[in-house]
Write a protein that binds this ligand. Structure first.
Ligand code: PMP
Length: 467
């Protein structure tokens, strides 16, 4: 059988969900359902829509997994990937070896990023980038003869990845129940989200509380022992939590005061989701010491991550490394992968040419305003978000939060959305939305329409005791 016929046979294989159920251990899988849960097998996509192996089409309001920017089925991106794969599919970038797309992309990222973040360390995705940033912070202080300055501040509800260290850094309670992660040098401050509709404290009072806590924690550890603060500008996977106004700037100032590096995790907020290539400076007025990027950098077409590092850090670790023959012993086989870097370059070209960030600044407020109409539903506790990252929080009207009843309700809403051809991301009692950035006003109307009907059906189930 030739390769084309083989691919066609695979595509027609109706038993794919069964094969998957038998053999794949999925990330964040429900372990109790392992082997019995038949997954939806996605196999084609165009624009903002994806199609499964049984022919059902969905509007993808998840955007893959926060990563889709230019839309599915972009020929220009596919060509860039194919061309680079034909020219040179792979070569290492260890030591003093590079490749054309990696060098060009590094220059482009330095140009797009704020301040003096001119040095790029490529990784394979977000987790490896966050993990590398912590190691760079450790290098930075070790190079100055301060190896004890290695403690790291994170926050409850943060999500920074799925590797051992980044899971330790993450602060989502649900992910911590089955395994014990080492947190000897990692410390979690309170979740910084402030919901103006529901929080009993004013934004100002909440900000003061958060800053007092951070200062107290730094003093408890000793500023001379704290290396860095790792923070998403808006917490994404933890439930789209926006800190009170001024938080990012004030926490950066606290870091500066105590000689602590500020690592801004822009894996979700970067590459247009908030209307800018990087949100740190454009939206929150901060120039961090390092920025983490991944996901939208290639529009999800290839796996890639990067740590953008300040000149000051790069110079310090190069001039005063801890041993006589210093080596930066961090990196991956696929760091600076030429095909992934070619995808990122073309993605940036398309995003710039089509002003996708401008489009997000235009439709983002419309998206949020339309979603807020769902607050009329008795089972919506709150709707929160910013531009194209949002969530709808469900409740039965009794106690708010991720309890069993509220989670079952959100799962029902999610199931009704899926039945009607809309994918939203279920997480605890939330329906999370992060559509492809090329979403139109009509698509947004469709999302809100389907969600409205799903909420009405779920509310009727609740009323009739069918949950
Ligand atoms: N940081 C943030 C803020 C993320 O949302 C994610 C992924 N959702 C990561 C890091 C980890 O990225 P990856 O899954 O590419 O390793």
């Amino acid at each position: 059988m030739n390769a084309l016929a083989e691919t066609a046979e695979l595509r027609n294989d109706l038993d794919l969900p069964a094969k998957d159920a038998r053999h794949v251990l999925h990330p964040w899988a429900d372990l109790q359902a392992l082997g019995s849960d038949r997954p939806v097998v996605m196999n084609s996509a165009k624009g903002v829509r994806v199609k499964d192996s049984e022919g059902t089409t969905y509007l993808d309001a998840i955007g893959g997994m926060w990563c889709m920017t230019v839309g599915y089925g972009c020929e220009e991106l596919a060509d860039a990937i194919g061309d680079q794969a034909r020219q040179m599919a792979y070569y290492t970038s260890f030591g003093d070896v590079s490749n054309e797309p990696a060098a060009q992309l590094a220059e482009k990222l330095a140009e797009l990023s704020p301040g003096d973040l001119n040095r790029v360390h490529f990784t394979t995705g977000g987790s490896t980038a966050v993990e590398s940033a912590v190691r760079i912070a450790h290098y930075y202080f070790a190079a100055q003869g301060k190896p004890e300055k290695r403690h790291v501040l994170s926050r409850v509800n943060a999500y920074h990845g799925g590797t051992y260290l980044t899971q330790s850094l993450s602060g989502k309670a649900a992910d911590k129940t089955h395994f014990h992660y080492e947190t000897e040098f990692i410390h979690h401050l309170s979740s910084p989200g402030h919901d103006p509709d529901r929080d009993p404290l004013s934004a100002e009072a909440r900000l003061t509380e958060l800053l007092d806590e951070m200062e107290a924690e730094i003093q408890r550890l000793g500023p001379e022992n704290v290396a860095c603060f790792v923070a998403e500008p808006i917490l994404a996977s933890g439930g789209v939590l926006t800190p009170p106004k001024g938080y990012q700037k004030a926490t950066l100032e606290l870091c500066r005061k105590h000689g602590i590096l500020y690592v801004s995790d822009e894996v979700v907020t970067g590459f247009g989701r908030l209307g800018h290539f990087f949100a740190s400076e454009a939206r929150f007025g901060i120039v961090p010491d390092m920025i983490i990027t991944a996901k939208g950098i290639t529009s999800g077409y290839q796996p890639l991550g990067a740590v953008l590092v300040s000149d000051r850090i790069a110079e310090t670790i190069s001039k005063a490394a801890p041993s006589e023959k210093p080596v930066f012993s961090n990196g991956f086989t696929y760091s600076g992968h030429p095909v992934a870097c070619a995808a990122a370059l073309t993605n940036i070209k398309i995003m710039t040419r089509d002003d996708i960030c401008g489009h997000v600044r235009d439709v983002g407020p419309y998206f949020m305003a339309r979603l807020r109409e769902l607050l009329d539903s008795p089972i919506v506790y709150t709707v929160r978000g910013d531009h194209l990252m949002a969530c709808v929080e469900c409740w039965t009207g009794e106690e708010a939060g991720p309890n069993d009843k509220n989670m079952a309700l959100a799962a029902r809403v999610d199931a009704y959305c899926q039945e009607a051809g809309l994918l939203v991301r279920p997480y605890e009692n939330l329906c999370i939305l992060s559509p492809p950035l090329v979403i139109s006003r009509d698509d947004i109307d469709e999302i809100v329409g389907i969600m409205g009907s799903a909420l009405t059906r779920a509310a009727a189930d609740l009323e009739a005791g069918r949950l």
